[in-house]
Design a protein around this ligand. Structure first.
Ligand SMILES: Nc1ncnc2c1ncn2[C@@H]1O[C@H](COP(=O)(O)OP(=O)(O)OP(=O)(O)O)[C@@H](O)[C@H]1O
Length: 599
Protein backbone atom coordinates (compact mmCIF):
# COMPACT_ATOMS: atom_id res chain seq x y z
CA UNK A 1 0.00 0.00 0.00
CA UNK A 2 1.51 3.38 -0.86
CA UNK A 3 2.17 5.81 1.95
CA UNK A 4 0.36 9.11 2.02
CA UNK A 5 3.28 10.83 0.35
CA UNK A 6 3.10 8.48 -2.59
CA UNK A 7 -0.65 8.93 -3.09
CA UNK A 8 -1.38 10.95 -6.21
CA UNK A 9 -2.96 14.35 -5.70
CA UNK A 10 -5.67 15.24 -8.19
CA UNK A 11 -4.26 18.12 -10.18
CA UNK A 12 -7.31 19.77 -11.69
CA UNK A 13 -9.02 20.39 -8.36
CA UNK A 14 -7.52 23.24 -6.37
CA UNK A 15 -9.00 22.72 -2.92
CA UNK A 16 -9.51 25.38 -0.31
CA UNK A 17 -6.42 24.78 1.82
CA UNK A 18 -4.23 24.22 -1.19
CA UNK A 19 -5.23 27.50 -2.76
CA UNK A 20 -4.73 29.25 0.57
CA UNK A 21 -1.21 27.98 1.09
CA UNK A 22 -0.04 27.51 -2.48
CA UNK A 23 1.65 24.27 -3.40
CA UNK A 24 1.76 23.14 0.21
CA UNK A 25 2.89 19.56 0.97
CA UNK A 26 0.61 19.56 4.04
CA UNK A 27 -2.47 19.31 1.88
CA UNK A 28 -2.45 15.52 1.20
CA UNK A 29 -2.23 14.89 4.94
CA UNK A 30 -5.15 17.16 5.71
CA UNK A 31 -7.13 15.69 2.87
CA UNK A 32 -6.55 12.20 4.23
CA UNK A 33 -7.39 13.27 7.77
CA UNK A 34 -10.61 14.74 6.46
CA UNK A 35 -11.47 11.62 4.45
CA UNK A 36 -10.65 9.08 7.13
CA UNK A 37 -11.62 10.83 10.34
CA UNK A 38 -13.08 14.34 10.32
CA UNK A 39 -15.92 13.89 7.85
CA UNK A 40 -17.51 11.23 10.03
CA UNK A 41 -18.55 13.90 12.52
CA UNK A 42 -20.91 16.07 10.45
CA UNK A 43 -22.93 17.32 13.42
CA UNK A 44 -19.90 18.72 15.17
CA UNK A 45 -18.69 20.28 11.92
CA UNK A 46 -22.04 22.02 11.32
CA UNK A 47 -22.12 23.37 14.90
CA UNK A 48 -18.57 24.72 14.51
CA UNK A 49 -19.42 26.39 11.18
CA UNK A 50 -22.58 28.03 12.54
CA UNK A 51 -20.93 29.30 15.72
CA UNK A 52 -17.89 30.49 13.78
CA UNK A 53 -20.05 32.44 11.35
CA UNK A 54 -21.94 34.03 14.24
CA UNK A 55 -18.67 35.00 15.95
CA UNK A 56 -17.15 36.42 12.79
CA UNK A 57 -20.31 38.37 12.03
CA UNK A 58 -20.43 39.83 15.53
CA UNK A 59 -16.76 40.83 15.42
CA UNK A 60 -17.33 42.58 12.10
CA UNK A 61 -20.17 44.55 13.76
CA UNK A 62 -17.86 46.24 16.30
CA UNK A 63 -16.33 48.81 13.90
CA UNK A 64 -19.80 49.69 12.63
CA UNK A 65 -20.98 50.24 16.22
CA UNK A 66 -17.98 52.49 16.89
CA UNK A 67 -18.56 54.41 13.68
CA UNK A 68 -22.21 54.87 14.68
CA UNK A 69 -21.26 56.05 18.20
CA UNK A 70 -18.81 58.63 16.87
CA UNK A 71 -21.25 59.88 14.24
CA UNK A 72 -23.94 60.26 16.94
CA UNK A 73 -21.40 61.97 19.19
CA UNK A 74 -20.54 64.46 16.48
CA UNK A 75 -24.22 65.15 15.75
CA UNK A 76 -25.07 65.49 19.48
CA UNK A 77 -27.65 62.73 19.06
CA UNK A 78 -29.14 61.91 22.57
CA UNK A 79 -29.71 58.25 21.62
CA UNK A 80 -25.97 57.71 22.13
CA UNK A 81 -26.73 57.40 25.87
CA UNK A 82 -28.65 54.13 25.63
CA UNK A 83 -28.50 52.82 22.08
CA UNK A 84 -24.73 52.42 21.75
CA UNK A 85 -24.02 50.92 25.22
CA UNK A 86 -26.92 48.51 24.74
CA UNK A 87 -25.61 47.46 21.33
CA UNK A 88 -22.11 46.92 22.74
CA UNK A 89 -23.48 44.80 25.63
CA UNK A 90 -25.61 42.67 23.27
CA UNK A 91 -22.84 42.14 20.72
CA UNK A 92 -20.26 41.30 23.41
CA UNK A 93 -22.57 38.89 25.26
CA UNK A 94 -23.59 37.11 22.06
CA UNK A 95 -19.98 36.89 20.96
CA UNK A 96 -18.85 35.49 24.33
CA UNK A 97 -21.61 32.86 24.28
CA UNK A 98 -20.82 31.73 20.73
CA UNK A 99 -17.09 31.74 21.50
CA UNK A 100 -17.69 29.40 24.46
CA UNK A 101 -19.78 27.04 22.33
CA UNK A 102 -17.34 27.19 19.43
CA UNK A 103 -14.34 26.48 21.60
CA UNK A 104 -16.03 23.43 23.16
CA UNK A 105 -17.15 22.17 19.76
CA UNK A 106 -13.66 22.54 18.27
CA UNK A 107 -11.96 20.77 21.17
CA UNK A 108 -14.59 18.03 21.01
CA UNK A 109 -14.04 17.45 17.29
CA UNK A 110 -10.28 17.46 17.62
CA UNK A 111 -10.32 15.03 20.54
CA UNK A 112 -12.66 12.65 18.78
CA UNK A 113 -10.40 12.68 15.69
CA UNK A 114 -7.32 12.00 17.82
CA UNK A 115 -9.11 9.16 19.57
CA UNK A 116 -9.94 7.70 16.14
CA UNK A 117 -6.28 7.84 15.10
CA UNK A 118 -5.15 6.30 18.38
CA UNK A 119 -7.63 3.44 18.00
CA UNK A 120 -6.47 2.82 14.42
CA UNK A 121 -2.81 2.79 15.43
CA UNK A 122 -3.47 0.46 18.33
CA UNK A 123 -5.53 -1.91 16.18
CA UNK A 124 -2.72 -1.97 13.64
CA UNK A 125 -0.02 -2.62 16.23
CA UNK A 126 -1.97 -5.39 17.92
CA UNK A 127 -2.40 -7.23 14.62
CA UNK A 128 0.81 -6.41 12.81
CA UNK A 129 3.74 -8.77 12.51
CA UNK A 130 5.63 -9.18 15.75
CA UNK A 131 8.92 -8.25 13.99
CA UNK A 132 7.52 -4.81 13.21
CA UNK A 133 6.41 -4.20 16.78
CA UNK A 134 9.73 -5.34 18.18
CA UNK A 135 11.69 -3.20 15.73
CA UNK A 136 11.06 -0.12 17.86
CA UNK A 137 11.43 0.34 21.62
CA UNK A 138 8.03 0.15 23.38
CA UNK A 139 8.38 3.72 24.66
CA UNK A 140 9.04 4.95 21.15
CA UNK A 141 5.88 3.27 19.92
CA UNK A 142 3.99 4.72 22.87
CA UNK A 143 5.15 8.23 21.93
CA UNK A 144 3.07 7.98 18.72
CA UNK A 145 0.02 7.86 20.96
CA UNK A 146 1.09 10.72 23.21
CA UNK A 147 3.56 13.22 21.73
CA UNK A 148 2.53 12.82 18.10
CA UNK A 149 -1.15 12.84 19.01
CA UNK A 150 -0.63 16.01 21.05
CA UNK A 151 1.11 17.82 18.20
CA UNK A 152 -1.70 16.84 15.83
CA UNK A 153 -4.24 18.06 18.37
CA UNK A 154 -2.58 21.45 18.65
CA UNK A 155 -2.20 21.82 14.89
CA UNK A 156 -5.82 20.83 14.30
CA UNK A 157 -7.08 23.38 16.80
CA UNK A 158 -5.02 25.99 14.97
CA UNK A 159 -6.43 24.93 11.61
CA UNK A 160 -10.04 24.96 12.77
CA UNK A 161 -9.49 28.31 14.47
CA UNK A 162 -7.93 29.55 11.25
CA UNK A 163 -11.21 28.85 9.53
CA UNK A 164 -12.90 31.17 12.05
CA UNK A 165 -10.11 33.70 11.73
CA UNK A 166 -10.44 33.73 7.93
CA UNK A 167 -14.16 34.41 8.16
CA UNK A 168 -13.58 37.12 10.78
CA UNK A 169 -10.99 38.76 8.53
CA UNK A 170 -13.36 38.56 5.55
CA UNK A 171 -16.12 40.17 7.67
CA UNK A 172 -13.80 42.90 8.91
CA UNK A 173 -12.39 43.55 5.46
CA UNK A 174 -15.95 43.79 4.13
CA UNK A 175 -16.85 46.35 6.78
CA UNK A 176 -13.57 48.20 6.09
CA UNK A 177 -14.35 48.41 2.36
CA UNK A 178 -17.90 49.45 3.22
CA UNK A 179 -16.56 52.31 5.36
CA UNK A 180 -13.55 53.38 3.26
CA UNK A 181 -12.43 51.47 0.18
CA UNK A 182 -9.36 53.64 -0.48
CA UNK A 183 -7.84 53.02 2.95
CA UNK A 184 -8.79 49.32 2.72
CA UNK A 185 -6.93 48.93 -0.54
CA UNK A 186 -3.75 50.40 0.97
CA UNK A 187 -3.93 48.04 3.98
CA UNK A 188 -4.79 44.98 1.88
CA UNK A 189 -1.88 45.45 -0.52
CA UNK A 190 0.62 44.95 2.29
CA UNK A 191 -0.49 41.49 3.40
CA UNK A 192 0.98 39.33 0.60
CA UNK A 193 4.47 40.69 1.36
CA UNK A 194 4.59 38.54 4.50
CA UNK A 195 3.67 35.30 2.77
CA UNK A 196 7.14 34.42 1.42
CA UNK A 197 9.21 34.48 4.63
CA UNK A 198 6.40 32.78 6.54
CA UNK A 199 6.24 29.90 4.04
CA UNK A 200 9.99 29.39 4.40
CA UNK A 201 9.76 29.39 8.18
CA UNK A 202 6.95 26.82 8.00
CA UNK A 203 9.16 24.36 6.16
CA UNK A 204 11.95 24.81 8.68
CA UNK A 205 9.57 24.29 11.61
CA UNK A 206 8.29 21.08 10.06
CA UNK A 207 11.77 19.62 9.74
CA UNK A 208 12.61 20.67 13.28
CA UNK A 209 9.35 19.24 14.56
CA UNK A 210 10.05 15.85 12.99
CA UNK A 211 13.45 15.81 14.71
CA UNK A 212 11.97 16.84 18.01
CA UNK A 213 9.24 14.23 18.06
CA UNK A 214 11.72 11.54 17.13
CA UNK A 215 13.98 12.74 19.92
CA UNK A 216 11.10 12.68 22.42
CA UNK A 217 10.50 9.03 21.48
CA UNK A 218 14.20 8.18 21.82
CA UNK A 219 14.43 9.91 25.18
CA UNK A 220 11.36 8.05 26.43
CA UNK A 221 12.86 4.75 25.24
CA UNK A 222 16.14 5.52 27.01
CA UNK A 223 14.40 6.44 30.27
CA UNK A 224 12.28 3.33 30.05
CA UNK A 225 15.36 1.17 29.63
CA UNK A 226 17.24 2.80 32.51
CA UNK A 227 14.30 2.58 34.91
CA UNK A 228 13.29 -0.95 33.88
CA UNK A 229 16.87 -2.07 34.55
CA UNK A 230 17.29 -0.06 37.74
CA UNK A 231 18.84 -3.04 39.55
CA UNK A 232 21.45 -3.74 36.87
CA UNK A 233 22.31 -0.05 36.68
CA UNK A 234 23.09 0.07 40.40
CA UNK A 235 24.77 -3.30 40.79
CA UNK A 236 27.04 -2.74 37.79
CA UNK A 237 27.82 0.87 38.76
CA UNK A 238 26.33 2.15 35.48
CA UNK A 239 24.98 5.36 37.03
CA UNK A 240 27.63 7.61 35.46
CA UNK A 241 27.18 6.09 32.01
CA UNK A 242 23.40 6.35 32.23
CA UNK A 243 23.57 9.96 33.47
CA UNK A 244 25.80 10.82 30.49
CA UNK A 245 23.53 8.99 28.05
CA UNK A 246 20.43 10.70 29.42
CA UNK A 247 22.21 14.08 29.53
CA UNK A 248 23.18 13.67 25.86
CA UNK A 249 19.60 12.79 24.98
CA UNK A 250 18.25 15.79 26.92
CA UNK A 251 20.77 18.02 25.08
CA UNK A 252 19.53 16.78 21.73
CA UNK A 253 15.94 17.30 22.80
CA UNK A 254 16.84 20.82 23.90
CA UNK A 255 18.47 21.60 20.53
CA UNK A 256 15.56 20.17 18.56
CA UNK A 257 12.99 22.05 20.63
CA UNK A 258 14.93 25.30 20.46
CA UNK A 259 14.96 25.09 16.65
CA UNK A 260 11.17 24.92 16.55
CA UNK A 261 10.71 27.66 19.10
CA UNK A 262 13.06 30.05 17.28
CA UNK A 263 11.30 29.31 13.98
CA UNK A 264 7.90 29.91 15.53
CA UNK A 265 9.07 33.04 17.37
CA UNK A 266 10.04 34.74 14.11
CA UNK A 267 6.53 34.63 12.71
CA UNK A 268 4.90 37.00 15.21
CA UNK A 269 7.41 39.87 14.79
CA UNK A 270 7.03 39.64 10.99
CA UNK A 271 3.28 40.00 11.33
CA UNK A 272 3.70 42.74 13.95
CA UNK A 273 5.94 44.82 11.66
CA UNK A 274 3.52 44.28 8.82
CA UNK A 275 0.55 45.37 10.97
CA UNK A 276 2.45 48.47 12.14
CA UNK A 277 3.34 49.35 8.54
CA UNK A 278 -0.31 48.99 7.51
CA UNK A 279 -1.48 51.28 10.33
CA UNK A 280 1.26 53.83 9.51
CA UNK A 281 0.35 53.83 5.80
CA UNK A 282 -3.34 54.19 6.59
CA UNK A 283 -2.73 57.03 9.07
CA UNK A 284 -0.46 58.81 6.60
CA UNK A 285 -2.96 58.54 3.78
CA UNK A 286 -5.92 59.49 6.04
CA UNK A 287 -4.00 62.53 7.33
CA UNK A 288 -3.24 63.63 3.78
CA UNK A 289 -6.88 63.13 2.81
CA UNK A 290 -8.17 65.01 5.90
CA UNK A 291 -5.94 67.91 4.90
CA UNK A 292 -7.68 67.82 1.54
CA UNK A 293 -11.08 67.74 3.38
CA UNK A 294 -12.30 64.04 3.14
CA UNK A 295 -14.22 61.41 5.14
CA UNK A 296 -15.92 61.74 8.58
CA UNK A 297 -14.32 61.04 11.99
CA UNK A 298 -16.75 58.15 12.42
CA UNK A 299 -15.65 56.56 9.13
CA UNK A 300 -11.99 56.89 10.03
CA UNK A 301 -12.32 55.60 13.63
CA UNK A 302 -14.48 52.69 12.56
CA UNK A 303 -11.89 51.85 9.92
CA UNK A 304 -8.96 51.92 12.37
CA UNK A 305 -10.97 49.81 14.84
CA UNK A 306 -11.53 47.21 12.10
CA UNK A 307 -7.85 47.29 11.19
CA UNK A 308 -6.84 46.73 14.81
CA UNK A 309 -9.46 44.00 15.28
CA UNK A 310 -8.12 42.24 12.20
CA UNK A 311 -4.57 42.24 13.59
CA UNK A 312 -5.00 39.21 15.90
CA UNK A 313 -6.70 36.86 13.42
CA UNK A 314 -4.26 37.96 10.71
CA UNK A 315 -1.32 37.23 12.98
CA UNK A 316 -2.80 33.82 13.78
CA UNK A 317 -3.28 33.10 10.07
CA UNK A 318 0.28 34.19 9.38
CA UNK A 319 1.70 31.73 11.89
CA UNK A 320 -0.69 28.95 10.86
CA UNK A 321 1.56 27.37 8.27
CA UNK A 322 4.43 27.01 10.75
CA UNK A 323 2.14 25.70 13.51
CA UNK A 324 0.58 23.21 11.15
CA UNK A 325 3.89 21.70 10.18
CA UNK A 326 4.37 20.23 13.63
CA UNK A 327 1.09 18.36 13.39
CA UNK A 328 1.83 17.28 9.84
CA UNK A 329 5.09 15.70 10.85
CA UNK A 330 3.22 13.76 13.59
CA UNK A 331 0.54 12.72 11.10
CA UNK A 332 3.21 11.62 8.65
CA UNK A 333 4.67 9.20 11.18
CA UNK A 334 1.25 7.89 12.25
CA UNK A 335 0.08 7.33 8.67
CA UNK A 336 3.34 5.62 7.77
CA UNK A 337 2.83 3.24 10.66
CA UNK A 338 -0.80 2.52 9.81
CA UNK A 339 0.09 2.01 6.14
CA UNK A 340 2.76 -0.61 6.79
CA UNK A 341 1.33 -3.79 5.30
CA UNK A 342 0.66 -6.71 7.61
CA UNK A 343 2.25 -9.77 6.08
CA UNK A 344 1.26 -12.53 8.48
CA UNK A 345 -2.45 -12.77 7.78
CA UNK A 346 -4.97 -15.38 6.76
CA UNK A 347 -4.95 -16.42 3.11
CA UNK A 348 -8.12 -15.67 1.14
CA UNK A 349 -9.07 -19.34 1.21
CA UNK A 350 -8.22 -20.86 4.57
CA UNK A 351 -8.54 -24.42 5.75
CA UNK A 352 -10.22 -25.00 9.11
CA UNK A 353 -8.05 -26.55 11.80
CA UNK A 354 -7.45 -30.12 10.62
CA UNK A 355 -8.55 -32.97 12.84
CA UNK A 356 -5.56 -34.67 14.42
CA UNK A 357 -3.57 -35.35 17.54
CA UNK A 358 -0.92 -32.67 17.14
CA UNK A 359 1.66 -33.81 14.59
CA UNK A 360 4.29 -31.16 13.78
CA UNK A 361 6.60 -31.50 10.83
CA UNK A 362 9.33 -29.05 9.78
CA UNK A 363 10.28 -29.47 6.12
CA UNK A 364 13.42 -27.66 4.92
CA UNK A 365 12.50 -24.63 7.02
CA UNK A 366 14.53 -21.46 6.40
CA UNK A 367 14.21 -18.30 8.46
CA UNK A 368 16.65 -15.44 8.99
CA UNK A 369 15.84 -12.31 11.02
CA UNK A 370 16.08 -9.09 9.00
CA UNK A 371 19.63 -7.76 8.90
CA UNK A 372 21.12 -11.07 10.12
CA UNK A 373 23.17 -13.55 8.15
CA UNK A 374 22.57 -16.70 10.14
CA UNK A 375 19.29 -18.33 11.04
CA UNK A 376 17.39 -21.52 10.36
CA UNK A 377 18.74 -22.93 7.14
CA UNK A 378 16.88 -26.06 6.20
CA UNK A 379 15.45 -27.38 9.46
CA UNK A 380 13.84 -30.83 9.10
CA UNK A 381 12.18 -32.81 11.87
CA UNK A 382 8.96 -34.60 12.67
CA UNK A 383 7.20 -34.74 16.04
CA UNK A 384 4.72 -37.57 16.37
CA UNK A 385 1.42 -36.78 18.13
CA UNK A 386 1.39 -37.02 21.91
CA UNK A 387 5.18 -37.10 22.27
CA UNK A 388 7.40 -34.74 24.19
CA UNK A 389 10.34 -33.53 22.15
CA UNK A 390 13.24 -31.56 23.58
CA UNK A 391 15.09 -29.08 21.41
CA UNK A 392 18.62 -28.65 22.69
CA UNK A 393 21.76 -27.06 21.36
CA UNK A 394 24.26 -24.32 21.95
CA UNK A 395 23.02 -20.80 22.59
CA UNK A 396 21.97 -19.08 19.38
CA UNK A 397 21.36 -22.37 17.55
CA UNK A 398 17.83 -21.23 16.67
CA UNK A 399 15.77 -23.27 19.14
CA UNK A 400 13.49 -20.46 20.32
CA UNK A 401 13.17 -19.19 16.76
CA UNK A 402 11.93 -22.59 15.61
CA UNK A 403 9.31 -22.53 18.37
CA UNK A 404 8.00 -19.07 17.43
CA UNK A 405 7.41 -20.16 13.83
CA UNK A 406 4.69 -22.60 14.91
CA UNK A 407 2.10 -20.05 16.15
CA UNK A 408 3.22 -17.89 13.17
CA UNK A 409 4.84 -15.12 15.19
CA UNK A 410 7.13 -15.16 12.15
CA UNK A 411 6.54 -16.90 8.84
CA UNK A 412 9.00 -19.32 7.29
CA UNK A 413 10.90 -17.82 4.37
CA UNK A 414 11.41 -21.14 2.58
CA UNK A 415 10.15 -24.67 3.21
CA UNK A 416 7.05 -25.33 5.27
CA UNK A 417 5.73 -26.46 8.62
CA UNK A 418 2.86 -28.94 8.66
CA UNK A 419 0.38 -29.14 11.53
CA UNK A 420 -1.50 -32.42 11.38
CA UNK A 421 -0.63 -32.64 7.72
CA UNK A 422 -1.63 -29.10 6.69
CA UNK A 423 0.72 -26.17 5.98
CA UNK A 424 0.41 -23.71 8.89
CA UNK A 425 -0.13 -20.85 6.44
CA UNK A 426 -3.24 -22.54 5.04
CA UNK A 427 -4.95 -22.86 8.44
CA UNK A 428 -7.20 -20.07 9.75
CA UNK A 429 -4.80 -18.27 12.09
CA UNK A 430 -7.29 -17.87 14.94
CA UNK A 431 -7.99 -21.60 14.96
CA UNK A 432 -4.33 -22.49 14.68
CA UNK A 433 -3.39 -20.32 17.63
CA UNK A 434 -6.29 -21.53 19.75
CA UNK A 435 -4.87 -25.06 19.42
CA UNK A 436 -1.49 -23.97 20.76
CA UNK A 437 -0.26 -22.83 24.16
CA UNK A 438 3.11 -21.11 24.38
CA UNK A 439 5.04 -20.40 27.53
CA UNK A 440 8.06 -18.17 26.87
CA UNK A 441 11.30 -18.39 28.82
CA UNK A 442 10.64 -15.54 31.21
CA UNK A 443 6.92 -14.95 30.94
CA UNK A 444 5.73 -11.44 31.65
CA UNK A 445 2.27 -11.13 33.16
CA UNK A 446 -0.33 -8.42 32.69
CA UNK A 447 -0.91 -6.02 35.56
CA UNK A 448 -4.08 -7.81 36.61
CA UNK A 449 -4.91 -10.39 39.26
CA UNK A 450 -3.41 -13.89 39.25
CA UNK A 451 -6.83 -15.24 38.29
CA UNK A 452 -7.33 -12.80 35.41
CA UNK A 453 -3.89 -13.68 34.07
CA UNK A 454 -4.76 -17.36 34.12
CA UNK A 455 -8.18 -16.84 32.54
CA UNK A 456 -6.48 -15.48 29.38
CA UNK A 457 -6.02 -19.19 28.54
CA UNK A 458 -9.79 -19.75 28.51
CA UNK A 459 -11.96 -16.81 29.54
CA UNK A 460 -15.10 -18.94 29.88
CA UNK A 461 -13.47 -21.57 32.16
CA UNK A 462 -15.59 -23.04 34.94
CA UNK A 463 -14.72 -22.83 38.63
CA UNK A 464 -13.77 -26.49 38.56
CA UNK A 465 -11.43 -26.10 35.60
CA UNK A 466 -9.77 -23.12 37.28
CA UNK A 467 -9.22 -25.06 40.49
CA UNK A 468 -7.73 -27.95 38.51
CA UNK A 469 -5.14 -25.77 36.81
CA UNK A 470 -4.32 -23.88 40.01
CA UNK A 471 -3.46 -27.23 41.59
CA UNK A 472 -1.93 -28.67 38.43
CA UNK A 473 0.51 -25.82 37.89
CA UNK A 474 1.31 -25.61 41.62
CA UNK A 475 -0.14 -22.10 41.90
CA UNK A 476 -2.26 -23.09 44.91
CA UNK A 477 0.88 -23.66 46.97
CA UNK A 478 1.91 -19.98 46.91
CA UNK A 479 -1.53 -18.37 46.90
CA UNK A 480 -1.71 -18.25 50.70
CA UNK A 481 1.37 -15.97 50.67
CA UNK A 482 -0.41 -13.38 48.56
CA UNK A 483 -2.51 -10.71 50.32
CA UNK A 484 -5.67 -11.30 48.28
CA UNK A 485 -4.92 -14.86 47.20
CA UNK A 486 -5.90 -15.51 43.60
CA UNK A 487 -7.26 -11.98 43.31
CA UNK A 488 -3.92 -10.32 44.11
CA UNK A 489 -2.66 -7.99 41.40
CA UNK A 490 0.69 -9.08 40.07
CA UNK A 491 2.08 -5.65 39.12
CA UNK A 492 3.59 -4.42 35.88
CA UNK A 493 4.93 -7.47 34.00
CA UNK A 494 4.21 -9.59 37.10
CA UNK A 495 7.07 -8.03 39.05
CA UNK A 496 5.27 -8.46 42.38
CA UNK A 497 5.72 -12.23 41.99
CA UNK A 498 8.93 -14.25 41.99
CA UNK A 499 10.28 -15.68 38.73
CA UNK A 500 9.11 -19.17 39.69
CA UNK A 501 5.64 -17.93 40.64
CA UNK A 502 5.35 -16.07 37.36
CA UNK A 503 6.24 -19.23 35.49
CA UNK A 504 3.65 -21.25 37.33
CA UNK A 505 0.94 -18.68 36.56
CA UNK A 506 1.95 -18.85 32.88
CA UNK A 507 1.83 -22.65 33.01
CA UNK A 508 -1.63 -22.57 34.61
CA UNK A 509 -2.76 -20.32 31.77
CA UNK A 510 -1.40 -22.80 29.22
CA UNK A 511 -2.96 -25.72 31.08
CA UNK A 512 -6.37 -24.01 31.10
CA UNK A 513 -6.26 -23.70 27.32
CA UNK A 514 -5.99 -27.49 27.04
CA UNK A 515 -4.03 -27.14 23.78
CA UNK A 516 -3.33 -29.75 21.15
CA UNK A 517 0.24 -28.52 21.00
CA UNK A 518 2.27 -27.19 23.89
CA UNK A 519 5.34 -25.05 23.28
CA UNK A 520 7.62 -24.40 26.23
CA UNK A 521 10.74 -22.30 26.30
CA UNK A 522 12.23 -23.66 29.47
CA UNK A 523 13.66 -21.25 32.02
CA UNK A 524 16.78 -22.26 33.83
CA UNK A 525 17.45 -19.53 36.28
CA UNK A 526 14.07 -18.41 37.56
CA UNK A 527 13.38 -21.40 39.75
CA UNK A 528 14.67 -22.51 43.13
CA UNK A 529 14.81 -26.26 43.78
CA UNK A 530 11.38 -26.44 45.36
CA UNK A 531 9.66 -24.37 42.67
CA UNK A 532 11.50 -26.34 40.04
CA UNK A 533 10.16 -29.54 41.50
CA UNK A 534 6.65 -28.11 41.53
CA UNK A 535 6.94 -26.82 37.98
CA UNK A 536 8.30 -30.18 36.83
CA UNK A 537 5.34 -31.94 38.41
CA UNK A 538 2.99 -29.50 36.73
CA UNK A 539 4.74 -30.05 33.43
CA UNK A 540 4.43 -33.79 33.66
CA UNK A 541 0.66 -33.36 33.96
CA UNK A 542 0.60 -30.74 31.26
CA UNK A 543 2.53 -32.83 28.77
CA UNK A 544 0.50 -35.97 29.26
CA UNK A 545 -1.22 -37.07 26.04
CA UNK A 546 -0.38 -33.98 24.07
CA UNK A 547 2.41 -33.04 21.72
CA UNK A 548 4.95 -30.95 23.56
CA UNK A 549 7.94 -29.17 22.15
CA UNK A 550 10.35 -27.91 24.81
CA UNK A 551 13.41 -25.77 24.31
CA UNK A 552 15.23 -27.59 27.07
CA UNK A 553 18.09 -26.40 29.22
CA UNK A 554 17.77 -28.93 32.03
CA UNK A 555 19.07 -32.43 31.75
CA UNK A 556 16.11 -33.70 33.82
CA UNK A 557 13.69 -32.30 31.20
CA UNK A 558 15.75 -33.64 28.34
CA UNK A 559 15.89 -37.13 29.82
CA UNK A 560 12.13 -37.13 30.32
CA UNK A 561 11.55 -36.33 26.63
CA UNK A 562 10.63 -39.05 24.14
CA UNK A 563 12.95 -37.58 21.54
CA UNK A 564 15.85 -35.14 21.66
CA UNK A 565 16.62 -32.95 18.68
CA UNK A 566 20.05 -31.38 18.88
CA UNK A 567 20.32 -28.14 16.90
CA UNK A 568 23.44 -26.38 15.69
CA UNK A 569 23.64 -23.30 13.43
CA UNK A 570 19.98 -23.55 12.45
CA UNK A 571 20.10 -27.23 11.45
CA UNK A 572 19.39 -30.56 13.12
CA UNK A 573 22.80 -31.91 14.12
CA UNK A 574 21.71 -35.04 15.99
CA UNK A 575 18.51 -36.75 16.96
CA UNK A 576 17.61 -39.62 19.31
CA UNK A 577 17.11 -40.42 22.97
CA UNK A 578 19.54 -39.59 25.76
CA UNK A 579 21.31 -42.94 25.81
CA UNK A 580 21.68 -43.16 22.06
CA UNK A 581 23.05 -39.63 21.83
CA UNK A 582 25.50 -40.20 24.70
CA UNK A 583 26.73 -43.34 22.91
CA UNK A 584 27.11 -41.36 19.70
CA UNK A 585 29.44 -39.05 21.66
CA UNK A 586 28.82 -35.99 19.51
CA UNK A 587 27.56 -32.49 20.22
CA UNK A 588 24.90 -33.66 22.71
CA UNK A 589 27.43 -35.61 24.73
CA UNK A 590 29.68 -32.54 24.79
CA UNK A 591 26.78 -30.33 25.96
CA UNK A 592 26.06 -32.75 28.81
CA UNK A 593 29.72 -33.07 29.74
CA UNK A 594 30.37 -29.33 29.72
CA UNK A 595 27.17 -28.89 31.75
CA UNK A 596 25.63 -26.65 29.10
CA UNK A 597 22.62 -28.73 30.03
CA UNK A 598 22.06 -28.21 33.77
CA UNK A 599 21.51 -31.25 35.92
N1 LIG B 1 14.21 -10.63 17.33
C1 LIG B 1 15.40 -10.95 16.79
N2 LIG B 1 15.92 -10.16 15.84
C2 LIG B 1 17.10 -10.46 15.26
N3 LIG B 1 17.81 -11.54 15.56
C3 LIG B 1 17.36 -12.38 16.52
C4 LIG B 1 16.12 -12.11 17.18
N4 LIG B 1 15.91 -13.11 18.07
C5 LIG B 1 16.97 -13.96 17.96
N5 LIG B 1 17.83 -13.53 17.03
C6 LIG B 1 19.07 -14.18 16.57
O1 LIG B 1 18.70 -15.43 16.01
C7 LIG B 1 19.60 -16.45 16.38
C8 LIG B 1 18.84 -17.60 17.05
O2 LIG B 1 18.29 -17.14 18.25
P1 LIG B 1 17.40 -18.08 19.17
O3 LIG B 1 16.86 -17.26 20.27
O4 LIG B 1 16.45 -18.84 18.33
O5 LIG B 1 18.51 -19.07 19.72
P2 LIG B 1 18.39 -20.18 20.86
O6 LIG B 1 18.98 -21.41 20.29
O7 LIG B 1 17.01 -20.27 21.36
O8 LIG B 1 19.34 -19.56 21.94
P3 LIG B 1 19.25 -19.61 23.56
O9 LIG B 1 19.47 -21.02 23.96
O10 LIG B 1 20.38 -18.74 23.97
O11 LIG B 1 17.91 -19.07 23.95
C9 LIG B 1 20.62 -15.80 17.31
O12 LIG B 1 21.77 -15.55 16.54
C10 LIG B 1 19.97 -14.50 17.73
O13 LIG B 1 20.95 -13.49 17.88
Amino acid sequence: MPTILEKPIKKNKKPFFSSLFGNNPSFPFMQRLWKEEIRFHPRRIVIIIILTLIMAGLTALYPLVIKRALDMFKDNDPRILYQVPLLVVIVTAAKAASQYGQSLAIQGLVLVVIRGLQNKMFLHLVHTDIAKVEKEAPAQLASRFTTDALSIREAMIRVVNAFGDSITVVGLVASMFYMDWELSLIAALLYPIAAVPIQKLGKRVRRASGNMQEQVGKTAALLNETFAQARTVRVYGMEKREIERAGHSFDQLYDATLKIISGRARVDPIMEVLGGTAVAAVLGFAGWRAAMGGATLGDFSGFVAALLLAARPLRALGSLSAAMQEGISGLDRIFKMIDEPIEIIDKKEVTPLPAGQGNIKFEDVHFIYPGRELGLQGLDFNVEPGLTVALVGPSGAGKSTALTLIPRLHDVQKGRILFDGVDLRDIAMGELRSAIAYVPQDPLLFDMSVLENILIGKPEATQEEIQQVLDGAAVTSFLHNLPQGVNTRVGHGGQLLSGGQRQRVALARALLRNPRLLLLDEATSALDTESEYMVQQALVKLRKDRTTLIVAHRLSTVRAANLIIVMHDGLVAECGNHEALMDYNGLYARLVQTQDLNR
